[in-house]
Write a protein that binds this ligand. Structure first.
Ligand code: 3PG
Length: 230
């Protein structure tokens, strides 16, 4: 039986400021660092030993992975970073305050942008100085692949190829895997592996810094799921 551990990054500076973040590379807050270290302690107490780590190309997830691995004394394991595990791109909402957006557009509209499966946020223009097309970490991607805004559906469509090409083969090889990523890239992955409907996924929330551990059998079926620290 292989173990799969998912961790959403600890609280970020913009979680604290209640701003839409998406692909903006915001750091962890002090509280977020503590959450990530605590996740490592929980991993250690649970006796979890990993063979492979995956994370995004955003520092809040990378640092969370490193703090958690440091606390559980397994910083040496191989790790791979990929844009495919990035947070969903929040388009033109990135950098905007969520409460102010709700005052301007209404709670209902903001809820739809945040939690609907297939409604896109307002898109970011490619000329915008915040466009990922100008960021060298994405220089090797086909520019048509770089999003101007994503919903959960389009996020899932770029997360799942990575699951199929990299993560699933490790689990099938009975390797224990840890993934440190983001609220919505992990919701997309959870939807896929737990086979959650488009409606029900709207109510799934993933807490910052809380490790979620699955036992996965040799057919990639989930045998058990546990939130550490609950
Ligand atoms: O990108 C963000 O703003 C957060 O990480 C996730 O935000 P959400 O809870 O609004 O989807």
């Amino acid at each position: 039986m292989a173990k799969l551990c998912l961790i959403r990054h600890g609280q970020s500076e913009w979680n604290l400021a209640n701003k839409f973040t998406g692909w903006v590379d915001v750091d962890l807050s002090e509280e977020g660092v503590k959450q990530a270290q605590n996740a490592g302690k929980l991993i250690s107490e649970a006796g979890l030993e990993f063979d492979q780590a995956y994370t995004s190309v955003l520092k809040r997830a990378i640092k969370t992975l490193h703090y958690a691995l440091e606390e559980s004394d397994q910083m040496w394991i191989p790790e791979m970073k990929t844009w495919r595990l990035n947070e969903r791109h929040y388009g033109d909402l990135q950098g905007k305050n969520k409460a102010k957006a709700a005052e301007k557009y209404g709670d209902e509209q903001v809820h739809i942008w945040r939690r609907s499966y297939d409604v896109l946020p307002p898109l970011l223009s490619a000329d915008d100085e915040g466009s990922a097309t100008k960021d060298r970490r994405y220089a090797d991607l086909d520019p048509r692949t770089i999003p101007a805004g994503e919903n959960l559906k389009t996020t899932l469509e770029r997360v799942i190829p990575f699951w199929q090409d990299h993560i699933a083969p490790q689990l099938l090889d009975n390797k224990n895997v840890i993934i440190a990523a983001h609220g919505n890239s992990l919701r997309a992955l959870t939807k896929y592996i737990e086979n959650i409907s488009d409606e029900d996924i709207m109510d799934v929330e993933i807490a910052t810094g809380e490790p979620i551990v699955y036992d996965i059998d040799s057919n990639l079926n989930i045998v058990s799921k546990q939130k550490l620290g609950e």
